[in-house]
Design a protein around this ligand. Sequence first.
Ligand SMILES: Cc1ncc(COP(=O)(O)O)c(C=O)c1O
Length: 318
Amino acid sequence: MRIASLSDYLLPRVNRAPASQEGARIPRVPRAPVNRQIYQLIREAILAQTLPAGLQLPSSRDLAGELGTSRNTVTYAYEQLLAEGYLESRAGAGTFVADTAPDQIPETVERTVPLTDPSGKSELSARGAMLTRQAGVSDKQWGAFMPGIPDVTQFPSKVWSRLQNKHWRRSQAEMLTYGPGAGYGPLREAIAEYLRISRSVNCNASQVLITTGIHQSLDTVVKLLGEHGDSAWIEDPCYWGTRSVLNSLGIESVPIPVDQEGMRMRLANLRRPPRFICTTPSHQYPLGMVMSLSRRRMLLEYAATHKVWIIEDDYDSE
Ligand SMILES: Cc1ncc(COP(=O)(O)O)c(C=O)c1O
């Protein structure tokens, strides 16, 4: 269908009825603000080629007059459609329907791998399926008997929002842009100082890298220091996220049982040095024991001898 006049097309379709009479007029567009309805109707008409590419639209002033609505209402719809590429404005000439037909794929390209699973079950790759399967251990993420999760109902929301407001009032422009890759400089300084004073960690800000949490940290460390096919010792039992990130990176997880002193390696383990040792020595997750000093020293010596990286997940110290 081609249309003679845009306002003739829009007028019966724009729904200005109060909610109680909804459906009394043509109910194609749910009752939304009129500017939104006009935008949606024109967009649909362009996609259906009811409004063909190259067609000149009336000026916003004329269309507003014909629809009996304010010019702002039409301007909003036009601007939105211009921004999304459905319309184009030609200087001095007016507003036209853009050519939105998809680009043709050259005939010579043959598709050898189907884009979708022929069984129709899932379009995810094997890795995608594995990642989504391992995205969490449980639908329930907080409440009684969830290890490692505090009682979030006790979060001091009022104090938090007061502090947030206070700091936003004098926010720095640089905080609203992309930050440096390793994180916000003053925060890295503050963390390094904190680690020096309260944890006796001999470090400076250039060694601190801010991440969104253990998943990103582990992912970054393993990508920077490991190869696909390397192995990592993990505690058994351990945090589900550790295993999931390692799997996603193609690292073989070697479970090491824990006793009251922490990870306990067998001779067979020691004979095959891994690339990484992932451990929670300060507070084993989820069993809670602290790794003994002798076990720590043994791990450190072993790692130094065999050039193994120890990744400590100190998730619970602060
Ligand atoms: C052992 C362990 N590491 C890390 C995390 C989560 O850490 P993040 O907040 O850095 O993602 C948890 C959360 O339960 C955890 O139990």
